[in-house]
Design a binder for this molecule. Structure first.
Ligand SMILES: Cc1cc2nc3c(=O)[nH]c(=O)nc-3n(C[C@H](O)[C@H](O)[C@H](O)COP(=O)(O)OP(=O)(O)OC[C@H]3O[C@@H](n4cnc5c(N)ncnc54)[C@H](O)[C@@H]3O)c2cc1C
Length: 381
């Protein structure tokens, strides 16, 4: 099916980002996986070239594009099998909190750096004791004059080591009766005394992504770093999580398309018993099933992108897409990997990396079970 979402300008932007990937991403992927993070210099280059926060208005230092420019970046990065360069997390999940909920001084201070690559961001919600049950976080921020004193531990934080700025979900009201309204979002800058970047975690996939533990020990943060009102953190997160889920779905869809295309090429070339393995009925049927799922997924995601870009609230549908698209990706990658035989298990084959990178997508950004909880609630159950 033809896609009708993009205009000529988005197409040119796509061509230019593809060249950026060829030049700055692909040659470095092996090394990034070994070092467990993307080079800081590449973030800067991406910012200078206008690929970070491409939707941000020029008055804040952005290029003045729209959400579809972000979609282009997410899709092309996914198609390059680069799972660790957390551009979508920075541009389309974290910076929007500052853009929407920051006051003028905060926007002026942080947004230009977020767009030009001087500032890499992280968001710290998850803790060793709680992930899905966000209202029960234990990190506290206690008011002391014009500062908060932050204490607590966060884990699994993407960009944890690289970040210059981290939005930390903290309890400003520890009363359990007030669990949802007791959370505030506080921006903690790297270098603040008591903000400790901990262990870089070893993962099953997403090898080039820096995922870390963070600790806050009597970390004094100016009250001026709080986003919006005290106690409004949970409401802000709920408002922005729909885009986070859609962004994950967009990446999963694009990866599934790339995996399918590469598998179709492989089964035409690889021979067994004197014939291409693509000529066996099992291969045809399995890949026909995968292609159908991918095509159905594309129709749903493109519709959501269009409606989201037009400003529609899509809490239920974005949760559906996050769960369905990431489940679909895992099924498609698993099926496709089988056609690569032993090569599919070798890390030098991108399909093996795609397999390991896919699994976490059913876990982060809200587990797929939590997506179903949200969908059911929206259905009135
Ligand atoms: C690579 C990676 C990167 C990440 N990046 C970040 C980040 O940048 N920032 C951040 O804050 N977090 C991040 N996370 C954390 C991630 O969002 C959490 O792991 C996720 O939300 C699940 O929380 P948990 O691990 O505590 O699991 P738990 O909440 O303990 O869940 C365990 C299991 O119980 C199920 N479950 C829980 N509640 C329910 C329920 N009500 N009904 C049915 N089933 C339920 C879950 O679905 C899951 O299967 C990252 C995680 C990973 C692995």
């Amino acid at each position: 099916m033809d896609r009708t979402l993009f205009n000529e300008e988005h197409d040119l932007f796509r061509q230019s980002f593809k060249k950026f990937i060829e030049r700055e991403v692909t040659p470095n992927q092996e090394r990034w996986m070994e070092q467990g993070s993307v080079d800081r210099a590449t973030w800067k280059k991406a910012g200078e070239a206008g690929f970070l926060c491409p939707w941000l208005e020029p008055e804040h230092g952005g290029a003045g594009g729209d959400f579809l420019h972000s979609v282009v970046v997410i899709e092309e990065l996914a198609k390059s099998y680069e799972s660790g360069f957390a551009m979508k997390l920075h541009s389309d999940i974290i910076v929007p909190y500052i853009h929407e909920f920051g006051n003028d001084a905060q926007k002026k201070r942080w947004l230009p750096g977020c767009a030009n690559g001087d500032i890499v961001t992280a968001i710290a919600m998850t803790e060793p004791g709680t992930g899905s049950d966000l209202a029960n976080i234990a990190t506290t921020a206690v008011r002391d004059g014009d500062h908060y004193v932050v204490n607590g531990a966060k884990t699994f934080i993407s960009n944890g080591i690289l970040c210059d700025l981290c939005i930390v979900a903290c309890k400003t009201d520890p009363d359990p009766k007030n669990a949802h309204r007791g959370i505030s979002l506080i921006v903690v800058e790297a270098g603040t005394s008591g903000f400790i970047k901990g262990k870089k975690l070893k993962k099953m996939g997403m090898a080039s992504q820096d995922t870390s533990e963070l600790a806050f020990e009597d970390c004094r943060v100016p009250v001026a770093n709080r986003l919006s009102e005290e106690g409004s953190g949970f409401a802000m997160l709920m408002q922005k999580l729909a885009q986070e889920r859609l962004v994950v779905a967009i990446g999963a869809q694009a990866t599934a398309e790339r995996v399918l295309a590469d598998t179709l090429t492989y089964v035409r070339e690889r021979k067994a018993f004197g014939k291409p393995i693509g000529s066996f009925q099992n291969t045809k049927f399995k890949l026909a099933e995968c292609a159908t799922k991918v095509e159905v997924g594309r129709a749903f995601v493109d519709r959501l992108i269009a409606e989201h870009a037009a400003g529609k609230q899509l809490v239920k549908e974005c949760s559906m897409a996050k769960y369905w698209q990431t489940d679909m990706l895992c099924e498609v990658v698993d099926t496709c990997l089988q056609f690569f035989g032993g090569y599919g298990y070798m890390l030098e084959y991108p399909i093996a990396r795609a397999y390991m990178d896919a699994r976490v997508q059913r876990i982060f950004a809200g587990t797929n079970e939590i997506m179903k909880v949200i969908i059911a609630k929206q259905l009135g159950l």
